[in-house]
Design a protein around this ligand. Structure first.
Ligand SMILES: Cc1cc2nc3c(=O)[nH]c(=O)nc-3n(C[C@H](O)[C@H](O)[C@H](O)COP(=O)(O)O)c2cc1C
Length: 210
């Protein structure tokens, strides 16, 4: 069975790192994947999203995500939407993602700030994002941190090492250029492709010409 044919279930968190375009493009490609995503965003994510794209998503509801994404990418919303969303407040530490009994296949943090990386590396589960990541590690589920900072200081590097040793995947938002991108979306797609490969979504987002 192809991986798109079974219903997928992911946990996605977004924090205040630069690179919200990677997330918008991730949503865009996810819409055609059969399944559901539960999404948690930090307050700082919304600040950065506003700064980068003048988008105010603070009060967005789950049903509006696909329409907003289609509008953003100048496309008509598809009649056949395969993916549904549920949104959790990052302060709601009692919500389902905080529990080891939650059954996500993988958790993706996109973008992942150095502050959230530090919280995860030190086991400080103070909000729902940090706690859900803590749960993913303890339950040995896939945890992917799409980190973004440059340059890194030693603390960032030590934190990435700790999370890697604990079983997480550090997937820096460091796009390659050997696919000859012709637009910024092609650049975002390079990273979305890498995330999809990690979580077993079989889509060709990037073609590598000889
Ligand atoms: C416009 C803007 C861009 C930022 N970009 C980054 C970034 O790329 N990486 C990072 O680690 N922090 C970045 N920050 C700082 C984080 O948002 C800040 O450390 C915040 O406390 C992160 O909190 P959170 O992880 O709870 O969202 C940025 C802040 C702003 C306002």
């Amino acid at each position: 069975m192809k991986s798109e044919e079974r219903k997928r279930k992911f946990l996605l968190a977004s924090t205040g790192g630069s690179g919200c375009g990677y997330l918008l493009r991730y949503f865009y490609h996810l819409l055609s994947v059969k399944g559901e995503t539960h999404w948690i965003a930090s307050e700082n994510f919304f600040h950065v999203l506003k700064q980068e794209f003048s988008l105010d998503w603070q009060n967005i509801n789950a049903n509006e995500i696909s329409r907003n994404i289609s509008t953003f990418f100048n496309e008509k919303p598809s009649a056949e939407q395969n993916h549904s969303f549920k949104i959790y407040d990052h302060k709601n530490i009692k919500a389902n993602p905080a529990s080891g009994t939650s059954n996500y296949e993988a958790m993706i943090i996109l973008p992942c700030s150095m502050k959230t990386l530090a919280s995860i590396a030190s086991g400080v589960a103070a909000n729902l994002i940090d706690r859900a990541a803590d749960v993913a590690l303890k339950e040995k589920r896939k945890l992917i941190l799409v980190v973004r900072e440059t340059p890194y200081n030693l603390i960032h590097i030590e934190n990435m090492k700790k999370v890697t040793l604990a079983g997480g995947v550090i997937l820096p938002a460091s796009p390659g250029f050997y696919h000859h991108p012709k637009s910024v979306n092609d650049i975002y797609d390079f990273i979305v492709d890498r995330i999809f490969r990690q979580i077993g979504i079989d889509k060709t987002l990037v073609s590598y010409e000889e």
